[in-house]
Write a protein that binds this ligand. Structure first.
Ligand code: SAH
Ligand code: DHB
Ligand code: MG
Length: 224
């Protein structure tokens, strides 16, 4: 089993199940041309997120880490006409590319990009009364995942979904001694989740064009 095969199968899945999509293609092209790193979710992952969002009848979404707005567009497409999404991005260049991509996708009226470090903009969101969100997608800097998880809990309600990207990282997540702050961040987040009765959670490993990684998914319970 190899990266080459995983990529071929992702290509097959995308070709077979995901219709050609000029708007999403343009978002990736514009992101690449602007020099953004090629780390957006894969097309089949983006659609998987969109289907999950639609399945819960999502009306409000919060995302941490916009990059060029690729996952943002997938998720925002699950929103009804009066639905709202806020996506948090620290890098002004990324936010600029994301804004253009979101506008091209016809989603500018539903999606707001908040520029700034998420741990600084999250308290503002809370103060403004934007919560609770039906779905929260955590995908910014991995070392701050514990903080993002705490905020996600504060900004959610029983039944909300909290999804975290990149929680396996080539299997490095099992190494308690790994000094990488990203690994430490994901492990700490998992510990917090495990000890909090307000969350029921699991994670799945994924392989594909993005390598070997995984998603965490948690549902907020009505426990105190
Ligand atoms: N969700 C995107 C990928 C996000 S990549 C997609 O799948 O299409 C991670 C993003 O988080 C990058 O754009 C990076 O600039 C941003 N980021 C890093 N640290 C951050 C922080 N402290 N606050 C907000 N965004 C941050
Ligand atoms: C990285 C970040 C991501 O969100 C991702 O999906 C893949 C890689 C990174 O920072 O390397
Ligand atoms: Mg990611």
């Amino acid at each position: 089993m190899s990266q080459e095969l995983w990529t071929s199968v992702d290509r097959y899945i995308t070709k077979t199940l995901i219709p050609a999509d000029p708007v999403l293609d343009a978002a990736l092209t514009a992101s690449a041309e602007a020099g953004l790193p090629p780390i957006a979710v894969a097309p089949n992952q983006g659609k998987w997120l969109m289907i999950l969002a639609r399945a819960i009848g999502v009306r409000s979404i919060l995302e941490m880490g916009s990059l060029g707005g690729y996952s943002t567009i997938w998720l925002a497409r699950a929103l009804p006409a009066n639905g709202r999404m806020i996506t948090l991005e620290a890098d002004p260049r990324h936010a600029e590319v994301a804004q253009a991509n979101i506008t091209r996708a016809g989603l500018a009226d539903k999606v707001e990009i908040r520029l700034g470090k998420a741990l600084e903009t999250l308290p503002e969101l809370a103060a403004e009364g934007n919560a609770p969100f039906d779905l929260i997608f955590i995908d910014a800097d991995k070392e701050n995942y514990p903080g993002y998880l705490e905020w996600a809990l504060r900004l959610s309600r029983p039944g909300s979904l909290i999804i975290g990207d990149n929680v396996v990282r080539d299997g490095k997540v099992i190494d308690a001694a790994d000094p990488d702050p990203a690994i430490k961040g994901v492990r700490r987040m998992n510990e917090i989740i495990a000890s909090d009765p307000r969350l029921d959670a699991t994670a799945i490993q994924t392989v594909g064009s993005k390598g070997y990684d995984g998603f965490m998914i948690a549902i907020v319970t009505d426990q105190e």
